[in-house]
Design a protein around this ligand. Structure first.
Ligand code: SAH
Length: 315
């Protein structure tokens, strides 16, 4: 008899079918993908295949190619202190085609200074969503990138705005979906370590000067400019045929992982050290897909099944 967790994990492996399905991608499909990266025409116009399974993959891959990095981005300002800066950020975003602004517990908003500094970007400001916590602002995002002037002890990949924008535009051109959150910190103190823990990547704007800290809206402007440039020059960096998971799913996974590791006694809750922080970095870096996440959760459940002696699962 197969244990349910094992069955779930195996099903996930089979249904992910990533390698198998990529193997089926026809030459024509790949050519279509190359062509489509440069073409404004709808994907279907260049798709042809005699193999129905390959056709399904080709259509999915090619159809996702025209996505634009700008439309997947959410600019997240964490506890901005000056409403004028919120308006200036909205203006910088609008100048370079970014539209989605999220504000986590802003000190003063809405505010006349925000509207004044936004100038023609009143629409971006009006559409801005206010969230009570950073976790809520990130729940439906699959990638979190923090803009920070400071290096960290347990670090994630760091790049300049130019490097990051090019890599991100290429990923999106290849078909990687999901919302991307770009985090910016408070004017006075930046982002806390706990907030930086959510980030899969860091962007640092190299200043070359003694003072590395830019004004908040100036930092947003530099990133928006680089993103605008890169979005027009993207090339697919690989073929993507599985959706990334969002942060809410990752948080449920971390809770499950922590519980299982306490169960096996690998993690001592009295002396946790930095284990969960390090594991967050590890799994965050791999950006697991939905199918890979099913496998991981299945593995954890199978461990807990063993710990319980295969007794009934708690509700
Ligand atoms: N004094 C704070 C800086 C706050 S500036 C600190 O030391 O962290 C407000 C925000 O602008 C920062 O949290 C960061 O998101 C962004 N920012 C400012 N300078 C930056 C730089 N050189 N590189 C990347 N982001 C920067």
């Amino acid at each position: 008899m197969k244990l349910p967790a094992r069955r779930a994990a195996e099903t996930a492996i089979l249904t992910s079918g990533c390698t198998k399905r990529l193997g089926q991608l026809s030459r024509r499909g790949l050519r279509a993908l190359e062509y489509h990266a440069m073409s404004p025409e709808p994907a279907e116009a260049v798709h042809e295949s005699s193999n129905p399974a390959a056709a399904e993959v080709d259509a999915k891959v090619v159809a996702s190619a025209p996505a634009n990095l700008r439309s997947q981005l959410r600019v997240v300002l964490v506890e901005p202190q000056h409403p004028g800066n919120i308006g200036a950020c909205a203006r910088a975003m609008k100048n370079f085609g970014l539209r989605e602004l999220a504000l986590v517990a802003p000190q003063k908003f809405p505010h006349a200074d925000a509207s004044a500094m936004a100038a023609n970007a009143g629409d971006v400001l009006d559409a801005a969503k206010v969230y009570p916590s950073l976790q809520e602002a990130l729940a439906d995002c699959s990638r979190v990138v923090a803009s920070s002037a400071r290096p960290r002890y347990i670090s994630v990949p760091v790049s300049t705005p130019r490097e990051w924008a090019q890599t991100a535009a290429n990923r999106v051109a290849a078909g990687e979906g999901g919302r991307i959150a770009l985090l910016f910190g408070r004017e006075r103190t930046g982002l806390t370590n706990d907030e930086l823990d959510y980030a899969h990547e860091l962007i640092v704007i190299p200043t070359g000067g003694i003072d590395s800290s830019l004004n908040l809206a100036a930092a947003v402007q530099i990133l928006a400019y680089e993103i605008g440039l890169a979005a027009g020059a993207a090339i697919p960096d690989r073929i993507v045929d599985d959706e990334p998971v969002d942060q809410a799913t990752m948080e449920r996974f971390y809770t499950h992982l922590e519980r299982a590791l306490i169960g096996t006694r690998f993690l001592d809750p009295e002396h946790p050290r930095f284990l969960m922080r390090r594991l967050r970095k590890l799994f965050g870096r791999t950006a697991p897909s939905a199918n890979e996440m099913s496998i991981l959760r299945g593995i954890l459940t199978s461990i807990e099944d063993v710990l319980r002696g295969f007794g009934p699962r708690p509700k």
